[in-house]
Design a protein around this ligand. Structure first.
Ligand code: GPK
Length: 810
């Protein structure tokens, strides 16, 4: 039934009364939130069931996107928007005296991811549903999401994220006890002959009950609802007596207790490997069980099922799929292998050596001995197949098991039909460097899929004012079809429109200034340049380069308080992995520098430094619309793609960038005149690696500016950083500055001067900003997922786009 305001208000009041036996005027925000979610869920559930029925009716090929991280943030607004209910709910709430924003704020962020990788998975889920693809997410329901960050004396402190224990809980999930499966781990395995097959006999294994919690992923105005399935580890009832000790029970429940907070860093922990096998086995078992319900034979399963391995964490999908086809379905090795390779595809997200997963053989044996046997057999056959045909050293370099370790990326490439990088430069590096040998073996498997972002969340929801003035020029069709944003370019000389853009930006900056004041007590000037760097804290992302420039500016201002610079507010948001000492030292140094600068009245407030605590999806939604400058300054070759670069340009920020990741493609889109490029190229970085001619100490000794700035880290200029200042100083000098911070420093200063100069010409600035907004549509994840669907998974869209809202159930 088409929903209108009267009907909505009536239903809302009724539901509130049914659930809580109260009136609107007596309800807390939590109760209002819960009631709204319940209404929303019962409405999209009708379409959810229908989507599933249609898949079954058409025997649709299904994709399963396996990812150990999903980082959706809040879902209420996004669901309302996609259902076509957003404005209606805001208006209705207004009418009955409810502050919608306050109700929405009750929702805890669903933070089941660390950063870019998990957020990409969430944007993909949104786009896949919105484009009507039959794609299911498969992941882990962590009881604790990514830690909450607090600063104490300038240091990062981590607090647990008890999101499920909040009053709001997870309103979106449905526990499906009836779809539970059993995951077998540990113990020993023996193969015995039985009925002509080798049958594995497990001894002393631990059985774990895997219970799925399903979250509906609502497509945009298409009545299409997909499923994100998150698995939780529980103690199986039937054998409860087998787990008498508290300790044994805890070990099972621990598997899905906490998200590992390491981003791009492989810790090699036993529990992490358990997590990986747990969600892989649960997911693959349920896929095959479902498939068998509707198909008599399994030897063509790859025609109806595709499994995507998002980074190597789910790479055991290859072995688990083989295990079931061999041990339970009794396919021959050759047939099983053919189906496995055809079913699997893999995305690589990094070239950083420390992030490439390897596992000790004994550990894998301990976690799942049968999986180790299968991996060993895959490895053995791989070697045997190539022996004599390929250079022996190449075989050694590419095999899965070597040096006592299992190489997960090798398993993923060998066991799948597609390997993709996440930006053109990154894919080129995979081919020429990190996975070069595999590219020699399987050139046809390699392809690029440049990342993308969901314009619905990052423009429509995060920046409604900007979306509204775009509507005034283009109508509302761009909301359905991102490409149309390009047409904005024609307003490049429309002074009125450019002014409107400036007004919207100012409003967003005023809002952020208010938030900054509330959270930090620091007042910032909304007419200053808001210079933003938001991402995980990592040496290669070079927050340090930004900090050194801030110190330089401060020293200059101290020397000459009348220095003519455009006032700037430097805004940081970043969490460091709890065990990443160096990254935490950088946080401390930024915080102490901020304290010094923000309280020094002699510089007349010309610069301010704000490090906002606990950067997460919700904070990103508030910072990004207010940014003037987007800092994308990683060492060339290190950032696989980046996605905040896309979100910030979409919101009109201008990018200061190295030629890294997707920055290269952003530059191609907007043209060199509309972006501030600086720094070493990837080729130059690699040349330094080869000829060892970089000596960072020389920069300290011979460059007066650098000398002065680095000294400020260790001579007390910045108080309270004795240890951290020295640590950073040493890394940049005696330890030869791994990420070429000093090498790129001067060029960074040069480009930042250019930023100032450009900002003084406001018309030019707005024109550049407009082009960035218009061209950002090339980075819509709607476009990206279409390429995954047609070029990797071979699935079709099954839903019509076109303004059909989710109705109200009778
Ligand atoms: C890459 F390897 C990893 C990882 O463990 N976590 C993570 O967030 C990021 N990433 C890359 O660092 C980004 O460049 C990229 O845009 C993002 O993945 C999505 O592909």
């Amino acid at each position: 039934m088409e929903l209108d305001k009267t009907l909505f208000i009536e239903s809302f009041k009724k539901r509130l009364s049914q659930k809580y036996a109260i009136d609107v005027s007596d309800a807390t925000n939590s109760e209002l939130y819960d009631t709204l979610c319940s209404l929303v869920k019962s409405s999209y559930s009708v379409s959810w069931r229908q989507t599933w029925k249609d898949y079954l009716k058409e025997n649709e090929k299904q994709v399963y996107y396996f990812s150990i991280e999903f980082l959706p943030g809040k879902l209420l607004k996004s669901n309302l928007l996609n259902m076509g209910w957003y404005q209606l709910v805001i208006d209705s709430f207004k009418e009955i005296g409810i502050d919608f924003e306050q109700v929405a704020a009750v929702e805890p962020d669903m933070a089941l991811g660390n950063g870019g990788l998990g957020r990409l998975a969430a944007d993909f889920m949104d786009s896949l549903a919105s484009e009507g693809y039959p794609v299911n997410g498969n992941g882990i329901r962590y009881r604790y999401g990514l830690f909450k960050q607090r600063f104490v004396n300038g240091y990062q402190v981590e607090l647990p994220d008890e999101w499920l224990k909040t009053a709001a809980g997870n309103a979106w999930e449905i526990r499906r006890a009836s779809k539970a499966v059993t995951v077998t781990m540990g113990g020993h395995v023996e193969l015995v002959q039985k009925n002509g097959y080798l049958e594995p006999i497990y001894k002393d294994a631990t059985l774990i009950k895997a219970v799925p919690y399903d979250v509906g992923i609502v497509g945009y105005h298409n009545q299409h609802v997909n499923t994100l399935r998150l698995w939780s580890a529980e103690i199986p009832e039937a054998v409860e007596s087998c787990y008498p000790t508290i300790e044994a029970r805890r070990q099972i429940e621990d598997i899905t207790t906490v998200l590992y907070p390491d981003d791009s860093n492989e810790a090699g922990r036993r529990l992490r490997l358990k997590q990986e096998y747990f969600f892989v086995s649960a997911g693959v078992q349920s896929i095959i069980r479902h498939y068998k319900k509707y198909h008599e034979t399994i030897d063509q399963i790859s025609q109806r099922v595709a499994i995507h391995i998002n980074d190597t964490h789910p790479a055991m999908c290859v072995a688990e799929f083989m295990r079931i086809l061999l041990d339970e379905e009794h396919l021959s090795w050759e047939k099983a292998w053919e189906q496995t390779v055809k079913t699997m595809s893999y995305t690589n997200h990094t070239i950083m050596a420390e992030a490439l997963e390897t596992w000790d053989i004994p550990l894998l044996n301990e976690i799942q001995p049968r999986i180790l046997q299968i991996v060993a057999e895959i490895d053995h056959r791989f070697v045997a197949h190539l022996a004599g045909k390929m250079d022996g050293q190449l075989i050694e370099r590419t095999r899965i098991i070597s040096g006592g370790k299992v190489h997960m990326a090798h398993l993923a490439v060998i066991g799948s039909h597609s390997t993709n990088g996440v930006a053109q430069l990154h894919t080129d590096l995979l081919k020429s460097d990190v996975l070069r040998d595999f590219y020699t073996l399987y050139p046809e498997r390699f392809n690029n899929k440049t990342n993308g972002i969901a314009l619905r969340r990052w423009l429509q929801l995060a920046n409604p004012e900007l979306a509204a003035i775009i509507d005034q020029k283009l109508g509302r069709n761009w909301r359905q079809n991102a490409c149309q944003l390009q047409q904005l370019q024609q307003y490049n000389t429309d002074e009125q429109f450019l002014k409107k853009l400036a007004v919207v930006k100012l409003h967003n900056k005023q809002r952020l200034a208010k938030l900054i004041e509330e959270r930090t007590g620091v007042t910032v000037d909304p007419t200053a340049i808001f210079d933003v760097q938001i991402k995980r804290l990592h040496a290669y992302k070079r927050q340090l380069l930004n900090l050194l420039r801030i110190i330089k500016l401060y020293l200059d201002l101290k020397e000459n308080p009348d220095l003519a610079i455009v006032p700037r507010v430097f805004i940081f948001g970043a969490k460091a992995a709890p065990s990443y000492h160096y990254a935490k030292s950088i946080i401390k140094c930024i915080n102490e520098t901020a304290a010094l600068i923000n309280h020094d009245s002699t510089i007349q407030g010309k610069i301010k430094v704000i490090f906002l605590e606990n950067y997460d999806v919700s904070l990103a939604e508030q910072i990004i619309p207010a940014a003037d400058i987007s800092e994308q300054i990683s060492t060339a070759s290190k950032e696989a793609s980046g996605t905040s670069n896309m979100k910030l340009m979409l919101n009109g920020a201008l990018t200061v960038a190295t030629l890294d990741g997707a920055n290269v493609e952003i530059k191609e889109q907007v043209g060199a005149d509309n972006i501030f490029m600086f720094g070493l190229t990837k080729q130059e970085v690699y040349r330094y690696y080869q000829d060892h001619s970089y000596h960072s100490l020389d920069y300290y000794h011979h460059n007066l500016v650098i000398h002065r700035v680095l000294d400020a880290l260790i001579d007390g200029t910045i108080p309270n950083i004795a240890a951290e200042g020295h640590e950073i100083f040493d890394s940049l000098t005696y330890l030869n500055d791994d990420y070429f911070v000093l090498r790129d420093f001067e060029d960074y200063l040069r480009i930042q001067d250019q930023v100032d100069e450009t900002y003084r010409d406001q018309k030019k600035w707005q024109q550049m900003s407009l082009i960035n907004i218009a061209k950002a549509c090339h980075f819509s994840s709607d476009i990206t997922v279409k390429k995954y669907a047609s070029e990797i998974w071979q699935v079709r869209s099954v839903a019509q786009k076109g303004g059909v809202n989710i109705g109200y159930p009778l």
